[in-house]
Design a protein around this ligand. Sequence first.
Ligand code: AP5
Ligand code: ZN
Length: 212
Amino acid sequence: MKLILLGAPGAGKGTQANYIKEKFGIPQISTGDMLRAAVKAGTPLGLEAKAIMDAGGLVRDDIIIGLVKERIKEADCANGFLFDGFPRTIPQAEAMREAGVDIDYVVEIAVPDEAIVERMAGRRVHPASGRSYHVKFNPPKVEGKDDVTGEDLIQRADDVEETVKKRLAVYHEQTAVLVGFYGQLAASGDVKAPKYVKVDGVGAVETIRDDI
Ligand code: AP5
Ligand code: ZN
C-alpha cells in the first residue's frame, strides 16, 4: 500500500499517519520530520534547511526529491509507505510519477485556515518519533510527556503565529494545486492513477481516523 496524506499545515497529517502506519504495517515518510532530524544533527542539509523552515518557506524540490528517492529504496519500504507532507509541489509529484512510483491512494484531510492557528499554538511534539499532541484537543496521558517513551514534549520552532500564517500562504500558493492534480489523475480512467479520497478534517481525531 502506497499512500499520500495531503493537507494544509496542521490539518492532522502526522496525527492520522500514526494510525495508518500501524494498521497497514508501513513506514511513515515525513519530509518535515526528516528535515528536523537533519537540523538537529547539524548536517549540511540541516544547516541549509533551518532558515527556510523557520521562515515557513519550502526547501528546494531537488533536495527533497533526492531525499525521498533514497528513503524509499530502504528495506522497510518493500510493502509500501505513507507520505506525510510530500509531495508539496507539482515538480515533486511529477518526479514520483517519472520514477514509476505508483501511489494507491491520495487522502486529502480538509481543514479550513481558521482552525489551523489554534491547533498549532497548542501543538506539542515528541521530536524523536514525530508524534504530536495538542494541549486541549489531543492531550498526552501525562502533561508534557510522550505517551510511548515518557520523554519530554517540545514546541516546534515554526509553530509561532507569524510563521504558521506564512506556511498557510505557501500551502495555498504551491501545494493546494495538488488537489486538482491528483483529482484529475483519479478521474482520468488511467488504471495506474491513485484513487482520491477527501475527508473532513474537522472533528474528533478518532472520527477522522475511522473516516479515513
Ligand atoms: P511539515 O513537518 O510537513 O509541516 P506541515 O505540513 O506544515 O504540517 P504539520 O506537521 O505542521 O501539520 P500536520 O498536518 O502533520 O498536523 P498534526 O497532525 O501535527 O513541514 C515543516 C517544514 O519542512 C515546511 O514548512 C517546509 O519548510 C519543510 N518541508 C517539509 N516537507 C517539505 C517538502 N515536501 N518540500 C519542501 N519543503 C518541505 O496536527 C497539528 C495539531 O493539531 C496537533 O497539535 C494535533 O494534536 C492537533 N490535531 C490533529 N487533529 C486534530 C483534530 N481532529 N482536532 C483538533 N486538533 C487536532
Ligand atoms: Zn506533520
